[in-house]
Design a protein around this ligand. Structure first.
Ligand SMILES: Nc1ccn([C@@H]2O[C@H](COP(=O)(O)OP(=O)(O)OP(=O)(O)O)[C@@H](O)[C@H]2O)c(=O)n1
Ligand SMILES: C[C@](O)(CO)[C@H](O)COP(=O)(O)O
Length: 408
């Protein structure tokens, strides 16, 4: 068995802050963001990276176990390359705790704020690529769009700063490991980011394009902005409630004639007619209808759902298959809109019971079902009276699921 190569890159995710400015009753990394914790969301792009990395999450002592659970859930199979360590009283102290957990194989270290929970994987890839080519620290930044003033302690404006020389710096910040570890070992004061500490130690840092989604969740307004961005992303990938999505499906079923069996077709019993062979009652119309509905919803087909030899379905009639199919669509968030089935065969004479069959199937499906019949002018196995084929199409629409208990 080929051993997994030791990782070259490590990502330290600092998540041990108290989140004072956010004003929540728990550490910021554990505040819920659209159903999951900020920490959990911050790990999404990291586990999406093409190359595996060592991941060190720095958490508050009070939430160490919860951090372990979040990391294990996010990492899945990759959890062996992850660890959780206790943070310190400052961001810098927390980064130092992360550095102490690095594997010997690590050559490049990224330091990332869990508070920048929406930073995309592309940003991580960008700083990793740049630090490899530049051989020095690399940090992401965005151009400053506001006019920046220098002010004094009495709130008097002193001067306008040339914003063309400014960058709003983000994370992840990437550094050669040896340089970052040495800078931390020599640190004699606190800095607000790792690049400042590297420069204080005489190192050089390059800047690359940041990403608007890598904003730091600091205040309640930032949290609402993050929630809205996630809601927008989710709704754009889901059919909107106001414009339900529409889907079509197709189904076909064929059964050989078996004169020893009674004929059931389109959910009706046909006295005096030769039946159809099959594990169930062989109702090709009902089976094609189910396949059309299932295919429209992307739920497979009648064989995959019901099997072909389930003893409970021996001789089963249309209602068993149709009602279960409609239930599966509802669970998947769809409702049938209409179904059309065409029967191909020499027998039975369908026209006299067309309306009865349509009414019966429409009642089962819960939408209009049209059934027509034709022959092949003696061509093929249906034309020779050896069997019957049914072809169906279905239209379904997205439907909000009934609230639990709402008439269910
Ligand atoms: N002692 C600390 C302080 C901060 N951080 C982390 O550093 C990142 C950036 O810090 P910030 O956004 O300021 O977080 P907080 O310090 O929690 O916020 P506040 O300043 O409002 O208390 C965050 O992901 C935070 O969890 C940390 O790991 N350990
Ligand atoms: C590291 C950082 O996110 C880069 O902009 C920023 O310096 C963190 O500052 P904070 O006061 O710890 O949020």
């Amino acid at each position: 068995m080929v051993p997994t190569p030791a990782p070259r890159v490590a990502i330290i995710v600092v998540a041990a802050g108290s989140g004072t400015r956010l004003g929540k009753p728990l550490p910021k990394a554990f505040v819920e963001l659209d159903g999951r914790s900020i920490l959990s969301r911050s790990l999404d792009p990291i586990f999406a990276l093409a190359d595996p990395a060592q991941i060190v999450v720095v958490a508050p002592l009070s939430h160490l176990e919860q951090a372990h659970d979040i990391v294990a859930h996010s990492a899945g199979m990759a959890s062996d390359a992850c660890s959780v360590v206790v943070g310190g009283d400052s961001r810098q102290a927390s980064v130092a705790s992360g550095l102490a957990a690095l594997l010997p194989s690590i050559e490049v270290v990224l330091v990332h704020d869990a508070a920048r929970a929406l930073a995309p994987a592309s940003l991580f890839e960008r700083v990793i690529a740049e630090v490899d080519s530049a051989g020095r620290g690399v940090i992401p930044g965005l151009a400053v769009s506001d006019t920046i003033k220098r002010v004094d302690s009495s709130a008097t404006v002193l001067e306008t700063v040339d914003r063309s020389q400014l960058s709003a710096v983000q994370t992840p910040q990437a550094f050669p490991r040896a340089e970052l570890v040495a800078a931390y070992a020599a640190a004699d004061r606190e800095f607000t980011d790792d690049a400042a500490l590297i420069q204080h130690a005489g190192g050089s840092v390059a800047i690359v394009d940041g990403d608007p989604f890598a904003f730091k969740i600091t205040t309640p307004w930032d949290l609402r902005r993050a929630e809205q961005l996630l809601a927008d992303a989710s709704s754009s990938s889901r059919p909107s409630a106001s414009a339900p999505s529409v889907r079509t499906g197709v189904g076909i079923d064929a059964h050989a004639l078996d004169g020893a069996q009674p004929l059931w077709l389109a959910g009706l019993f046909w006295p005096g007619e030769a039946g159809l062979a099959g594990h169930s009652d062989g109702d090709a119309v009902a089976h094609a209808l189910c396949d059309a509905l299932l295919s429209a919803a992307g739920l497979g087909d009648i064989g995959g759902i019901f099997g072909v030899d389930d003893p409970r379905l021996e001789g089963a009639h249309a209602d068993v298959f149709v009602l279960e199919t409609v239930r599966l669509l509802a669970v998947a968030g769809f409702a049938p809109s209409n179904v059309s089935v065409q029967l191909v065969g020499n027998r039975p004479r369908f026209a006299p019971r067309k309306t009865e069959a349509e009414q019966h199937l429409s009642a089962l499906v819960g939408c209009p079902v049209s059934v027509s019949a034709t022959t092949t002018d003696s061509l093929g196995f249906t034309g020779r009276g050896e069997g019957i084929v049914a072809i169906a199409t279905a239209l379904i629409v997205s439907a909000t699921r009934p609230a639990a208990g709402a008439g269910t």
